[in-house]
Design a protein around this ligand. Sequence first.
Ligand code: SF4
Length: 339
Amino acid sequence: MKHNNISIFVTHVGCPHMCAFCNQHTITGNSEIPHAEDVQRICSKALEQITDPQETEIAFFGGSFTAVPREYMLELLQAASEFVGEGKFKGIRISTRPDYIDKSVLDILKECGVTSIELGAQSLCDEVLDANERGHSEKDVIDASLLIKSYGFELGLQMMVGLYKSSEDRELYTAKRIIDIEPKTVRIYPVVVLEGTKLAELFKKGEYKLMPFETVAALCAKMLKMFYGAGIDVIKLGLHSSELVEKSIVAGYYHPAFSEIVQSRLFLEAIKSEITDNKENIIEIAVNRRSYSVAAGHKKSNINALKELGVDCRMITDDSLSRQEIKINGEIINVFKIT
Ligand code: SF4
């Protein structure tokens, strides 16, 4: 499903927490606080430019939206709600913390035209949540998620992979618990350790040892398949690129092509599973044009890996296939749903 946002960053304002990994001003690259007139200007301009506003949400990202002072939250929502409705945008999307969700705030959000709520869950493992000073528990995530769904909002959950005290098992546990909650969407953020955060201190002292990049990429590939297999849309994999972020990175898994690297692994896995008995053949692999570079792999890594297995492949494009499908010697396979 098509998913478009007009993103408005609310930064750190009003967030009473300081999670071990968070430096909101660095992540958004913008420490200015938007007001009603900014929301109106951004939305008016977007409405002129976007051809499919009914598939687009006005999205307040970057902080904990329901933790900002109530008056300010209402100012932004009221400005945005003027741009929602027939001939305008589909709705409003917000992101917040699980422990800042209750019935009274959900009543307000409903009335103001909010359609989707994303919760920063980060982990569903209490040891990891505690170690990273999140200030909420696994139970808080589950309770808030169920309440959001009971109001009819679209639920999104965000998880962070590779946090302090995390492990492969703990990440997979989180993915399974998220699947149990049945959100509509998931965002997967591999950890990026930013200057000025507690994680950076722990990393510099040697207390926080990160899993290798390859392990995290493989984990993300596994989880991507789990989520798609459960019918959950993964709408983001990796952090958005920005110069400011790159300059502030101390360690972690930031890579401008992170999502492609992970998806490429799944394409290679799918191809390999089809050619096991077929090594001598020259195979023809058809993919949607928009998936070509992911299927071929970063710097043609998949084509080279197949060559090392003694398989010469010819990759062609076929736009009758979806972006998740490949056709090998006439057979169509869904890359994200193979077992
Ligand atoms: S709750 Fe969100 S905005 Fe607040 S410190 Fe944690 S990550 Fe940053």
